[in-house]
Design a protein around this ligand. Structure first.
Ligand code: SAM
Ligand code: SF4
Length: 530
């Protein structure tokens, strides 16, 4: 901040092209006084030289920007003379920076890509640390208690930065779940927005910049809006997500998603296909269609079923791989398997969360299918002409889960032979019916069951992966491990495969290689290029 001292001629150095963007008049208005323009200096091309009696700074340069952080960075980067005094003014939205950390699932990761694109469109640039940012955002997850705690711990760790004039925002599921109560629990937070309100981000950012202290974007569950934007900042240049359906209407007894992400609403297949084509034209070869229950997709135009949409995306020239996640067993239909069988670009993989192998537990969970119905769908998948890999999610220790019911889950895992299982201890969640169910399972018992399940699955998986030794598979190259001289990639089944290249030139990320599997581990394969 400007300090008192000698009356000196000062340069007002305006960070990042402010003068070019807004002109000298704007600079003078911001300074709040008439400035005597003396000319440009060598220090900064767009600097003004003027004498200022009111400001009375001890420095030969005043750097002005929207926030102190931007000013500090401008000085650090050497854009201005030394002896700079800092002078920030909220109207001078010259350089606006943000930091965004994402917690949780792929939906959140992709939401963040859209939020980043939207912020960049509003003139913000992304930085890698909270310290370097004017606006600190956390895109949060509340699926389990631990995920939610992480966010509040992070906010607590970084609140000291508030003194430096930084603003904080909480986005995503915790924001929607806790709503304006976040302002009470963490009073330094200025922005709270659930995912259904992201389309209003530009307006909320403008209010934040205008100095508003508490802005909440909290749509009710009934919203029909989807967050479609052409400004998605995808972090990977070859593999990208497309949301095709948002929200959830299933109301499983343990789950917060229907409350945090609103009702189920699909995008039109025309808009999904247009996005996929744009991605293919800009070099994407792999597309992953996303939804909490991706196969509950209903085209608002009535043009395509989910299986037809899968096939249509997979037939776009340039798209080599199409994945989709997560499928709900109740809405899993045989035509999805038929599409995988007949369209080569559809990957050999279905993620089909079962949650429990016991029909009685499934009933208490309100999952709307039985063990037998689930196994029928597995039968369709296993009966396909192509070998389709299946993965799942499991919750152990749901209220009332008996040892016998848990054993049923183990027997289901053994009979399906999954290539990966994501298993979680049941975590009681606010607003959900399971919260008040009796017969809670003690935490140490949940822990024991989880360990038993993971140990057994590891052995089954080891056996499954060993069967792949000797097979030649196509691998999408993702990166290199130069120390080990290995190339990292993924098979169509979504299994990590690290391989030794056939020559001295390493295949580039984004390319595809044929690889013979030579070794297996419980979670990955090793091979050599053929
Ligand atoms: N819609 C998908 C489905 O129905 O299978 C799942 C989406 S959910 C975001 C991801 C996973 O988190 C679920 O499959 C479930 O295993 C797990 N999960 C959800 N709520 C949970 C809770 N309260 N405690 C533990 N795990 C939970
Ligand atoms: Fe949650 Fe069930 Fe909806 Fe999946 S289907 S998001 S588990 S409520």
């Amino acid at each position: 901040m400007a300090s008192h001292g000698d009356n000196v001629a000062v340069t007002i150095g305006l960070a990042h092209g402010f003068v070019k963007q807004r002109g000298y008049d704007a600079a003078m208005r911001v300074a709040g006084r008439t400035l005597e323009l003396r000319g440009e200096t060598e220090a900064a091309q767009d600097a003004l030289l003027f004498s200022d009696e009111e400001l009375q700074v001890k420095a030969s340069v005043i750097v002005v920007a929207a926030t102190e952080t931007a000013v500090e960075r401008a000085v650090r980067e050497g854009k201005f003379l030394t002896h700079a005094a800092l002078y920030s003014h909220p109207d001078m939205a010259v350089e606006k920076t943000f930091f965004l950390e994402t917690f949780g699932c792929q939906m959140n990761v992709h939401d963040s890509e859209k939020v980043i694109g939207t912020l960049q469109q509003q003139g913000y640039s992304q930085v890698d640390t909270e310290e370097a940012a004017d606006l600190i955002l956390y895109n949060t997850c509340s699926i389990r208690d631990k995920a939610e705690q992480k966010v509040f711990n992070r906010l607590n760790d970084t609140k000291k930065l508030l003194k430096q004039g930084k603003r904080f925002g909480v986005l995503g599921c915790v924001a929607q779940q806790e709503g304006e109560a976040i302002f009470e629990r963490a009073p330094y937070v200025s922005l709270v927005s659930g995912s259904a309100s992201y389309r209003k981000l530009p307006e909320m950012l403008a209010r934040l910049e205008a100095g508003e202290r508490r802005i909440a974007g909290l749509d009710d569950r009934q919203t029909d809006e989807t967050f479609e934007t052409e400004f998605t900042a995808r972090s990977n240049p070859y593999r990208g997500y497309i949301t095709i359906i948002e929200g959830c209407d299933k109301f499983c007894a343990y789950c917060v998603v229907p409350y945090t992400r609103g009702k189920e609403r699909s995008r039109t297949s025309t808009s999904v296909l247009a996005e996929a084509r744009r991605m293919a034209e800009s070099g994407y070869s792999e597309v992953q269609l996303l939804g909490q229950n991706v196969n509950s997709y209903r085209d608002p135009e009535g043009k395509r079923s989910f299986a037809e949409l899968l096939a249509a995306v997979a037939e776009i020239p340039g798209i080599r791989r199409v994945r989709f996640t997560t499928s709900h067993p109740r809405d899993f239909t045989q035509d999805i398997v038929e599409a995988i069988d007949s369209v080569p670009a559809l990957c050999n993989h279905v993620h089909l969360p079962v949650q429990s192998g016991s029909t009685t537990t499934l009933k208490r969970m309100q999952r709307e299918y039985t063990r037998e119905q689930y196994l029928e769908r597995i039968g369709w998948i296993k009966g396909s002409r192509r070998p389709i890999s299946v993965t799942t999610d499991i919750i152990v220790g749901f209220p009332g889960e008996t040892v016998a019911e848990f054993e049923e889950t183990l027997s289901l895992l053994e009979s399906v032979q999954y290539d990966a299982v994501f298993a979680f201890k049941y975590s009681p969640r606010p607003n959900t019916p399971a919260l008040v169910m009796i017969d809670a399972i003690p935490d140490d018992e949940k822990g024991k069951r989880l360990q038993v399940l993971l140990d057994r699955q590891r052995e089954w998986q080891r056996a499954n992966y060993t069967k792949r030794i000797g097979q030649v598979v196509e691998v999408a190259v993702e990166g290199h491990n130069t120390q080990r001289g290995q190339v990292n990639g993924r098979t169509s089944e979504n299994i990590t495969l690290n391989f030794v290249p056939s020559g001295p030139i390493l295949p580039a990320p984004g390319s595809f290689a044929l690889v013979e599997v030579t070794q297996s581990f419980p979670n990955s394969l090793v091979g050599r290029a053929v």
